[in-house]
Design a protein around this ligand. Structure first.
Ligand code: MIC
Ligand code: SF4
Length: 697
């Protein structure tokens, strides 16, 4: 039977289960990556598992997030990571070498392989034809130790690209269009597979922009075929030998996708589905106004695509750039793992050449890797940035994770990044728009929101043609190789006192007797639960970092979440978090489960929980409970006392629902336990580490 590319890779790597959408499968992982903000925990947990050496084909530890170095913590982390990773058999990409996803694409990504990374944007490497998946650090630690990764066998969403991109329209606009169709909600358990003639106008970094930001769709990953352009990219990286062609078989069928949408509230999304999808069917509204929308595949004509942007608050608030034309812009940032390739930066430098950044605007540029940095340096583009007045930042995540460049209050910031969750920039109630590098640079020149196509018409600036380098500057001297196995015993791990072994889990309580510690709304991200920015430096110290749980939601002059939760825990009570839809979307940071666990949280009750966060909750023995009737959310309040008798038995014995009593208000409601057999065993054991039998309580 004709197969999709996703199924080909999965079939090659299947170690447990069968390839039927919705079933749990175990997949062999070839490559693993960690970054410093999640990597310290991943390696501490790997050490706790007492596996002497990395067993997957390749593991790379990167340092790119936590670079500000206020206080000793960050440097301590870097030293720990370099020593532990290389001792245990991983490569280590040193601070300054670049953002993990960009460097991995340049130096290690390989078509047809599987990659598991402790960062939600690991799917970036789908642009080179890998099945690249983001996960919590504990799952990555297990994969480094040679264990399979368990996931739901995905439904494959086919995205056909036709035509070719017009000048000033970018691959970022493709993923924006996709976000306007699929949104950030309701895509859990799916993988996006791109195909069609239009793929041929996108080079590997441009493809990776789409797969990178596929993370914002909430899908497991996204993948492009591996073709001649992939071969050229790998040859130019001196890795042509590792190339292989990979594509779906002719006639391969993609899954039919169905989504529940609200006829009125989601009217624009339904209209987009009608415009861009084939085989669309929309049911009649149910009593609550919801319709079932089904379609066979998505078709995007690149000739018709125009510059798009995501307006503040969520990456799926998509409008055209033209709609904001003329609006004042105060800050422009180009960088992040979404758009900081050689091509992206050469294009921006080319447009800026001979101009000065508008006096309204502060512009910052961060090259994605040392390779990109070196090449813009040698080509003269770096001098063009400097001459134009752009502030050149180091090769790292930087402002994308709120490490500097926070915008002023009510100031409009345009970023070529992938996330604009409120407050992520480090400024409360910020106004961050996500745009392509093309739109970013056009607006930096004019000082107002500018459709980049207008640059040519109004200012006579032609769209720069960025040639493909025959050879990239290959220099792996900042990648430290593993210590040879026969010398590893003697290698010392540098462990400063700021690196604290994470606490172990406890089995699910037999009877839950607790309290709703916080009631949060819809689309709460891991940035709300466990903010990064200035708190990043505490990632390797759970008791310290736990003080920041729900920090952005703490009310002034009221006890913080940390204070409320720790006093309940110390009194022997069980904490519960109540949430709306898409709880835990965004990053893979397992601290969003680990720190609440440390504070005594035993369950999350929500309308829906995102994939990686749900897995992290289970790994740390917090029970994910889904409201059977979403309307019960409105009846529950913060401070309510909850009882769930025989919760542990329900988890162990395969119950699909549990009855919860709100003892404060005197009513019962039902919650679903959507758990695999393995999830149940993990929760019952007190978390994944204890399930393996090697962790300590
Ligand atoms: C992010 O973009 O939010 C991060 C920071 O890269 C996270 C990882 C982390 O929190 O360390 C992610 O995307 O997984
Ligand atoms: Fe770093 Fe931002 Fe990419 Fe996350 S999204 S890996 S913080 S550049």
């Amino acid at each position: 039977m004709a197969e999709t590319m996703v199924h080909k890779i999965l079939r090659e790597h299947l170690v447990e289960g069968e390839l039927a959408a919705g079933r749990e499968i175990g997949v062999r992982i070839d490559q693993c990556l960690t970054q410093d903000a999640t990597g310290t925990t991943a390696f501490l947990l790997f050490e706790a598992m007492q596996i002497p050496r990395v067993r997957c084909e390749l593991a790379v530890s990167y340092v790119d997030h936590n670079m500000a170095q206020f206080g000793p913590e960050n440097h301590n982390d870097h030293l720990y990571l370099q020593s532990v990773a290389t001792k245990l058999g991983a490569y280590h990409s040193r601070p300054g070498n670049g953002i993990c996803h960009q460097v991995h694409l340049e130096r290690f990504g390989q078509p047809g392989k599987t990659l598991l990374g402790s960062d939600s944007h690991t799917p970036t490497n789908g642009g080179i034809g890998m099945l690249a998946i983001g996960a919590g650090g504990l799952d990555v630690a297990v994969a480094m130790g040679g264990g399979p990764f368990y996931m739901t066998c995905p439904r494959v969403i086919g995205v056909e690209l036709t035509g070719s991109l017009q000048p000033w329209v970018a691959s970022k606009d493709i993923i924006f269009r996709l976000l306007s169709i699929l949104t950030t909600k309701g895509n859990v358990g799916c993988v996006v597979e791109y195909h069609g003639k239009g793929v041929g106008c996108l080079n590997v970094p441009a493809r990776s922009t789409c797969t990178n930001m596929g993370a914002e769709l909430g899908v497991t990953t996204s993948v492009f075929p591996s073709d001649d352009l992939t071969r050229q990219f790998m040859q130019a990286q001196e890795r042509g030998d590792s190339w292989e062609a990979l594509a779906a078989d002719p006639g391969a069928r993609y899954d039919r996708i169905t989504k529940m949408l609200h006829a009125e509230r989601d009217a624009v999304v339904i209209e987009n589905i009608r415009t861009y999808c084939a085989g669309v069917e929309v049911s009649k509204p149910d009593k609550n106004g919801f319709v079932k929308v089904g379609f066979d595949k998505i078709v995007i004509d690149l000739n018709e695509l125009e510059p798009l942007c995501a307006t503040p608050g969520s990456p799926d608030n998509i409008t055209t750039v033209g709609r904001h034309a003329g609006k004042r812009v105060d800050q422009v940032l180009v960088g992040s793992c979404t758009n900081s390739s050689y091509q992206d930066l050469m294009l921006c430098a080319g447009a800026l050449k001979g101009h000065t950044v508008h006096p309204n605007v502060e512009m910052g540029v961060s090259p994605g890797s040392r390779q990109v940095f070196t090449m813009i340096g040698r080509s003269g583009a770096l001098a063009d940035f400097i001459a134009a007045g752009a502030r050149v930042l180091e090769s790292a995540c930087g402002p994308c994770i709120g490490q500097g460049q926070s915008p002023g209050q009510d100031r409009v910031s345009l970023r070529s990044f992938n996330r604009n969750f409120s407050g992520r920039s480090g400024t409360k109630n910020d106004t961050v728009y996500l745009v392509s590098p093309e739109t970013a640079v056009a607006s930096a020149i004019t000082g107002v929101f500018t459709d980049p196509r207008d640059l040519t018409e109004r200012l006579g600036i032609a769209c720069p043609q960025v040639g493909w380098p025959e050879r990239f500057e290959v220099d792996d001297s900042m990648i430290v190789p593993p210590v040879p196995a026969d010398r590893a015993d003697r290698a010392e791990v540098v462990r400063a006192p700021t690196i604290v072994t994470p606490p172990g889990g406890q089995p699910v309580p037999e009877d839950l007797a607790g309290k709703i510690l916080i009631k949060v709304g819809e689309k709460i991200t891991t940035d709300h639960i466990m903010p990064a920015g200035a708190f990043l430096k505490f990632r390797s110290n759970v008791p310290e970092y736990a003080k920041a749980v729900f920090h952005p939601l703490n009310e002034p002059d009221q006890p913080t979440f940390h204070e409320r939760a720790s006093s309940l825990r110390d009194a022997g009570g069980h904490g519960v978090i109540l949430a709306g839809d898409s709880y835990g979307q965004g990053s893979s940071r397992e601290h969003a489960a680990l720190c609440p666990m440390y504070l005594g949280v035993k369950a999350v009750i929500a309308k829906a929980i995102e994939r990686i966060h749900k897995a992290n909750l289970i790994n740390f023995a917090i029970v994910p409970l889904l409201l059977e009737d979403a309307a019960d959310y409105d009846r529950l309040e913060e401070g309510d006392e909850l009882r769930i008798p025989a919760l542990a038995a329900a988890v162990r014995d395969g119950a699909e629902t549990v009855k919860v009593t709100d003892a404060s208000r005197g009513f019962d409601f039902a919650c679903r336990l959507e758990l695999s057999e393995r999830d149940r065993r993990t929760l019952a054991a007190g978390g994944k580490l204890l399930l393996t039998g090697q962790g300590s309580r």
